[in-house]
Design a protein around this ligand. Structure first.
Ligand SMILES: [Zn+2]
Ligand SMILES: [Zn+2]
Length: 734
């Protein structure tokens, strides 16, 4: 039973902005006329402003009762449930994030508290005339981009970059319909019995196990492991069906927006209607609608990005984290959290099941399954196209390629053979742009970013050098910025754009497509390119890691990895794990043709490296065991705890001095037996003009690392210009 406060009672309201004077993040107010309850969304005065917040409980008494201001009003929104408040509190404690920043993640809904009513919406209604101005074309393009959904005037103007008069003109011309629609329509019902599902072999047993777990209605996590094409999606959709049958809500997290469209189509085929969507490509109107409908319990299933974890589900029964190993689940800016781990936390609090699905699970999840914390279900490679391709290394030490060539003879021959058969080849290189380095042949100077400690990457398509750290760009210089000599600047090394040049030279008649996230202006443009490739629109595909993320190309039978050694460099503790996963995912794109297996060729200068040998050998369990043993011996995750601290500021000496001061005050860390490393320059020592210094904490698995770090950092106030970012369980060490 939620606590209710009578008018005039002292209540603590959590706001979405951190407030220096309040440790808990809440401020005291008086309950308004009519009272309010814990979890209510309220509007409160703060200085001259009005802000939205949530009643978190009784006030903490930090303010004189006589000076307390009353809550302005209680908003017309479903109160935040105790379960979500507990989740935010525990997630804040775990990630050492101020609670207000956590609340901000859970209140990203526009128009929160507006009352329901009518709104004016626009949609395509008639055929487009032949002659159109540029602005009118952009409007029609934008409307098509919304996929037939009705949108507001503001949304069209934003998407098309035009004024409202352009849209109104098209309404007059009868091309666009203008109508009043009720706000926030409910979502169509999903029917768990809409399709007849044909599962086979291990799929049947796996679906039965997941369904039984969901039916029990309590917490549990299952690692669902199966290679591409093994039918993981069909299996976990059966768990979703069971969840719907019990009247509970389901959430499916995907690592990449570009995968959403294909997935929504599958869900529609299974349940007879589309589920709700939540990601950065969803309009404000749709966000608002989903937010409200979830609160009323009328959205049964949400497909979304990691931030969907913070939505106001009323009775969440299942969370699926698809491609659970994907690094994009870790948010690396703002609130640093791992959506996979937070999914498990939220499910544990609200009594829901979690399915972690992957062909190449993270070592963390593999170990949790080994230790019995997670149930493990395996889908073998026995059905249809699910078999892994044949994998071979090409020893690049024997190849003696001429300068500025990256495709070896054996790989080129294999591509030609596929071309002759009308099949597709994929050349994989995990480097965007044209060339990673631009060097002066006269003095050896390498062009770097003005604001970061990073070399600038040439993007010939954009005709500019781009910093991949901060996004700054500048034209390719003709004269050397260091020695002033003209005409000696030269690109060094390959990116996908440069590889495309070599492909055009060596296979002049081939149709070639490049898949690299930066070459597409929108998720839809990328989706169209992917669909065109899947339909046979290219013979040779050149791609970055975006191709590893589950797109299905039925004609693809050969994968050539240009530089299999690329991920092995660097000191990241997950370098081996990541390379293994990425190579397996990319190689898995090569499918069977008739009775011939797909083929993956890995170009490597170190084919005897243990990781390369493990990839080729295909004994996955042996690889995980060896990797787990090494981590256990080193006491690093998942067998130990880590926290990364990044200090940054404009003055390098000041940042280092503060780091050294923290290192001297390491008592709270020593008391839990943790070790502190640093301060040391971070691998990327400067980003956006700020110098970065890193401290790393290593502790035993069961040590209370959050409490110790919190106590340690509270001993000394950083200088004003120095920022502290705390990363519990860091994934990236840059
Ligand atoms: Zn020079
Ligand atoms: Zn930069």
């Amino acid at each position: 039973m939620e606590r209710v406060f009578a008018e005039g009672d002292r209540v603590g309201v959590l706001l979405t902005e951190p407030l220096g004077r309040s440790l808990s993040g809440t401020l005291d107010y008086r309950a308004p006329e009519g009272g309010c309850g814990t979890g209510d969304f309220v509007e409160v005065p703060l200085g001259p402003r009005r802000m939205v917040g949530v009643v978190w409980g009784p006030g903490d008494g930090s303010f004189d009762m006589a000076r307390l201001r009353p809550v302005t009003r209680v908003l017309d929104a479903r109160p935040m449930r105790a379960e979500l408040r507990a989740f935010l509190t525990r997630a804040a404690d775990y990630t050492l994030t101020p609670l207000p920043a956590m609340l901000r993640l859970a209140t990203r809904a526009p128009g929160l508290g507006e009352s329901a009513g009518m709104r004016r919406v626009y949609r395509l209604s008639g055929p487009a005339p032949n002659k159109l101005t540029d602005a009118r074309l952009r409007v029609l393009e934008a409307l098509r981009g919304f996929g037939g959904a009705a949108v507001t005037l503001g949304e069209i103007c934003d998407a098309a970059g035009c004024t409202s008069s352009v849209v109104k003109g098209l309404v007059k011309a009868g091309v666009i319909a203008e109508e009043d629609a009720p706000r926030d329509l409910p979502y169509p019902d999903l029917n768990p019995a809409a399709a007849k599902v044909q599962l086979m072999g291990e799929q049947i047993a796996a679906a039965a196990a997941l369904t039984a777990a969901v039916a029990q209605g309590n917490y549990g996590t299952t690692l669902l492991k199966g290679v591409t094409g093994s039918g993981k999606t069909e299996v976990y959709l059966e768990a979703v069906a069971e969840c719907l049958r019990h009247g509970r809500q389901a959430l499916v997290l995907l690592p990449e927006i570009a995968l959403t469209a294909e997935f929504l189509t599958r869900v529609e085929a299974r349940f007879g209607a589309r589920p709700a969507e939540w990601h950065s490509g969803v309009t404000q109107t749709e966000r608002r609608r989903l937010w409200r409908m979830l609160g009323e319990g009328s959205a049964q299933m949400v497909v979304g990005a990691r931030s969907a974890l913070f939505l106001p589900f009323q009775h969440l029964g299942l969370i699926v984290v698809d491609e659970e190993h994907d690094t994009s689940y870790k948010q690396e800016e703002g609130v640093l959290y791992n959506a996979r781990d937070m999914a498990v936390l939220r499910a544990a609090i609200c009594g829901a099941q979690v399915v972690l699905a992957s062909a190449t699970p993270s070592l963390e999840s593999w170990v949790n399954a080994e230790q019995g914390k997670y149930t493990r279900l395996d889908l073998g490679a026995r059905f249809g196209t699910a078999e892994l391709p044949e994998m071979r290394a090409i020893d690049m030490r024997d190849e003696r390629l001429p300068a500025n060539r990256w495709i070896s003879e054996p790989l080129a021959e294999a591509v030609k053979a596929r071309q002759a058969l009308g099949e597709q080849s994929l050349l994989f290189l995990n480097r965007r742009g044209y060339a990673p380095v631009t060097i002066c042949r006269a003095c050896g100077h390498q062009v770097g970013c003005d604001d970061c400690d990073a070399r600038m990457v040439e993007h010939r398509f954009l005709k500019r050098l781009v910093c991949h750290q901060c996004g700054a760009s500048k034209p390719v210089p003709d004269t050397c910025p260091s020695c002033g000599v003209a005409g000696r600047m030269a690109p060094v090394g390959p990116g996908v754009e440069r590889l495309a040049e070599e492909v055009a030279e060596r296979f002049p008649e081939a149709r070639v497509a490049i898949l690299s996230s930066d070459l597409f202006g929108s998720a839809r443009a990328l989706k169209e390119q992917i669909e065109s490739i899947a339909a046979g629109g290219a013979e040779i595909i050149i791609g970055t890691q975006i191709v590893a993320k589950g797109h299905n190309f039925p004609l693809l039978t050969l994968v050539g990895v240009i530089d299999a050694d690329l991920g092995l460099q660097g000191s990241d503790l997950r370098a081996a794990e990541r390379t293994f996963q990425l190579m397996r995912q990319v190689a898995g794109r090569a499918g069977r043709a008739g009775n011939r297996r797909g083929l993956a060729l890995l170009q490597s200068h170190q084919p005897d490296h243990p990781v390369i040998r493990a990839i080729l050998g295909g004994d996955e369990e042996a690889f995980w065991k060896a990797e787990a043993d090494e981590r256990r011996a080193a006491g690093v995750p998942p067998y130990g705890r880590m926290a990364g601290i990044i200090l940054s500021g404009p003055d390098v000496a000041q940042v280092f001095d503060f780091g050294a001061e923290l290192a001297r005050l390491d008592g709270p860390l020593r008391r839990i037996g943790a070790q502190l490393y640093g301060p040391a320059p971070a691998p990327i020592a400067r980003v956006r003009g700020r110098h970065r210094v890193r401290l790393l904490i290593k502790a035993d698995k069961l040590a209370p690392i959050q409490a110790a770090v919190s106590e340690w950092l509270s001993q000394v106030k950083p200088p004003n210009a120095v920022r502290i970012a705390v990363d519990i369980d860091p994934q990236s060490f840059l």
